[in-house]
Write a protein that binds this ligand. Structure first.
Ligand code: GDP
Length: 194
């Protein structure tokens, strides 16, 4: 898919603020620092559409980005940051859940995990929750440029030990914002699910 335009539309805290034009939406979720902002910037070929290295836990909003006037990417707050209070964490969960469970325009969920580490309990919980939503899931292993060739070739098996990737609704994609690995394949998955 050729990216002709990408625009930040709104930081929403609730349903009333979500876009009303009924375009297909794809949510992006992952632990704080997993590389989600970097991925967004990389796939739209912009330096600062999404803000990178924000203070973890600070992004408490759903950020909507309109792509080519055709679809929305929805940046979901990063989860699993230890210094965020339990109360705050519960609040994130509530907002994310409200959105993910009720949004009719939601066509798929991109779950980012760090290729360098085993998925955490938070990753596993989020993944199992996503499976329950019964929508297409793309598991993206970020920061692939940090792996040695041998590790890189086995990344799907490694992640697969923690997240059972053998579901019809699930696809897997290694990714790097540094080398731009698989940017095209990312968009192929989006297009296939629009
Ligand atoms: P976010 O909190 O998930 O939005 O994560 P960011 O996009 O802000 O990235 C967190 C840190 O990881 C930053 O220091 C990035 O430069 C770094 N990072 C993100 N993506 C990659 C990548 O593909 N490769 C490498 N080597 N570093 C990355």
């Amino acid at each position: 898919m050729k990216i002709k335009s990408s625009d930040f539309i709104i930081s929403a805290v609730g349903e009333k603020q979500y876009p009303k034009d009924d375009l297909p939406e794809f949510a992006l979720a992952g632990r704080s620092n997993v590389g989600k902002s970097s991925l967004i910037n990389t796939i739209v070929n912009r330096k600062k559409l999404a803000r990178t290295s924000q203070q973890p836990g600070k992004t408490q909003t759903l950020n909507f980005y309109l792509i080519n006037e055709d679809l929305y990417l929805v940046d979901v707050p990063g989860y699993g940051y230890a210094k965020v209070s339990k109360k705050q964490r519960a609040k994130f969960g509530e907002m994310i859940q409200d959105y993910l469970e009720t949004r009719a325009d939601l066509k798929g969920l991109v779950l980012l995990v760090d290729a360098r580490h085993d998925p955490t309990n938070d990753d596993i919980n989020m993944y199992n929750y996503a499976l329950m939503l019964d929508i297409p899931i793309l598991v993206v292993a970020t920061k692939m440029d940090k792996l040695k060739k041998m590790e890189a070739s086995q990344i799907e098996q490694k992640i697969g030990k923690s997240l059972d990737l053998n579901h019809e609704q699930v696809s897997f994609l290694p990714f790097s914002s540094v080398t731009k690995l698989n940017v095209d394949k990312f968009w192929d998955w989006i297009e296939a699910n629009m």
